[in-house]
Design a protein around this ligand. Structure first.
Ligand code: HEC
Length: 160
């Protein structure tokens, strides 16, 4: 028994190695399915619920058009957000929990889904890459969810 196992052992190992090689090294995360965790609050269409959950529309694209706004968006997903936050004339004093379990590639994928499929108004959307998000999240520990709301306020007033 033991001898037979030893004989088929290398063959199985080789087959395993071949499988590992033919599989894509790092399959791209699916932004549409990741959005499922956002739609619980922001709704499937992204319209949100006035006063409770902000819409993911024009404001997202406005933020994505500014360098500091792109950092803001990536860190909102990583750290969550504690308002007050003003979006489209409504003030939100709610809490968005940190979206734990999303790595940089997943954050890029879900933001790209929001920017292209959920958000329809505002400036053209430029896609995020995982590497860009990694640049923002590397020092995420230096920022708090409440500071992100303050950053949003200064960006909405016309900051870079
Ligand atoms: C449990 C509810 C909840 C979930 C889940 C959630 N959010 Fe939020 N989100 C909020 C709330 C609430 C705010 C506003 C924070 C406040 O009221 O202080 C917000 C704010 C935001 C903002 C800032 C909007 C702006 O115009 O500046 C973005 C962007 C965002 N969420 C994206 C996401 C994405 C992407 C996901 C999924 C990966 C997600 N959210 C999941 C509740 C949620």
């Amino acid at each position: 028994m033991r001898a037979r196992l030893a004989l088929i052992g290398p063959g199985v190992l080789l087959a395993g190695a071949a499988l590992a090689q033919s599989a894509p090294a790092d399959p791209a995360p699916d932004g549409a399915s990741l959005y499922g965790r956002c739609s619980a609050c922001h709704t499937a269409s992204g319209a949100g619920l006035p006063g409770a959950f902000p819409p993911l529309n024009r404001d997202v694209r406005m933020m994505a058009a500014k360098p500091a706004g792109r950092r803001y968006l990536a860190l909102v997903v990583r750290l969550g957000l504690i308002g007050p936050l003003e979006v489209e004339g409504q003030t939100y004093r709610n809490v968005m929990p940190a979206q734990s379990g999303l790595d940089d590639a997943a954050i890029a994928a879900v933001l790209n889904h929001v920017g292209t499929r959920i958000s329809h108004d505002g400036p053209a959307f430029r896609a995020f890459t995982a590497a860009e998000v990694a640049g923002y999240t590397a020092d995420a520990g230096k920022t708090s969810a409440a500071e992100l709301a303050a950053l949003h306020a200064s960006l909405a007033k016309g900051g870079a």
